[in-house]
Design a protein around this ligand. Structure first.
Ligand code: CP
Length: 313
């Protein structure tokens, strides 16, 4: 595994499985009160969490995971109050922070921040916490872990339907990579103007649905996506029409198998992509995703520490 985690390009299936298994082990220990894991939280090691775009779940779960792994998270939350406001570049920001010797960076950044290039400038590992429209690999991992936890099997041959604003979804981009490693099938269900421009032939094969009923009948799990209004300058949006045609509600979910699972990475636009009542549907795993996000990120952090030959934290 490369020291940084920007995408899945250097991962093999057994490495993903180790990460997920370790996350389940951490979860089991956490809920069985074996908190001896956390007794050594006196270590002065730090991690630099740089969130240049808004976040609730990812930021808080990385912070929680750092604390549980015995590392003090130091957070930059937005550009405000940093020297980026004075025109300093992302590159100089990262180089300056690296001089203070955090064990690793966790970075959420817009497309314009070249995470891959910056990872070559620094020796400190960078963990991608959501990069513009490009990728969000830890979200894909925690989605996969949550499905595996429920189904009790690996995801080979399973069918994941992505519903909605696929064009702007970094989560989908990471799933296209992870699907090739774990062997699950990907479907897209969206109006034409929510579909991405990329050439599908360069990615994993994709089942396309313009009709929600057909998509739900095909799927083992449906991942509803937030309509990213902030990224929609170029799209003419009719939210009411979208809700009626592609929204998940008790009526549309009658077409979905009784043992199917409903995911949403959050935050949710209730009344657009999902009705609030769907969160009470026994097939919904929306909050379990958030719960598992901590364990997946802690597992990743512990892997990074092992790679850095740091033990005993
Ligand atoms: N799923 C996700 O990345 O949520 P946040 O933007 O709240 O971190």
């Amino acid at each position: 595994m490369s020291p940084s985690f920007i995408n899945f390009s250097s991962f093999k299936k057994d490495e993903i499985n180790v990460l997920i298994d370790q996350a389940f082990d951490l979860k089991s220990r956490f809920y069985h009160n074996k908190l001896d894991l956390y007794k050594k939280v006196t270590n002065p090691a730090t991690a630099a969490l740089l969130f240049f775009e808004p976040s609730t779940r990812t930021r808080f779960s990385f912070e929680t995971a750092c604390v549980r792994a015995g590392i003090h998270p130091l957070v930059i939350d937005g550009l405000q109050g940093t020297s980026l406001e004075k025109g300093e570049t992302f590159e100089d920001t990262i180089l300056s922070l690296e001089a203070m010797r955090p064990l690793f960076f966790v970075v959420r950044a817009p497309d314009g921040f070249d995470m891959l290039e910056i990872s070559k400038l620094v020796k400190t590992p960078i963990l991608n916490a959501g990069w513009g429209k490009r990728s969000h690999p830890t979200q894909a991992l925690l989605d996969a872990a949550t499905l595996i936890e429920d189904w009790g099997s690996d995801l080979a041959g399973k069918r994941l339907l992505f519903l909605g604003d696929i064009k702007h979804s970094r989560v989908v981009q990471s799933h296209l990579e992870l699907a090739q490693i774990l062997g699950y099938h990907v479907g897209f269900c969206a109006p034409e103007n929510f579909l991405p421009d990329f050439d599908q032939r360069t990615h994993t094969p994709i089942a396309l649905f313009s009709n929600l009923k057909n998509g739900l009948e095909w799927a083992d799990a449906v991942v509803a996506l937030r309509i990213q209004k902030e990224r929609h300058q170029e799209i003419d949006l009719d939210l009411q029409k979208y809700r009626e045609t592609f929204g998940l509600n008790q009526e549309s979910l009658k077409q979905f198998k009784t043992d199917g699972l409903i995911l949403h990475p959050g935050p949710v636009n209730y009344g657009i992509e999902i009705e609030k009542s769907v969160t009470k549907d026994p097939r919904s795993r929306i909050l379990q995703l958030v719960e598992n996000g901590v364990f997946i990120r802690e597992s990743l952090i512990r892997q990074i520490l092992t790679g850095l030959n740091i033990s005993g934290i």
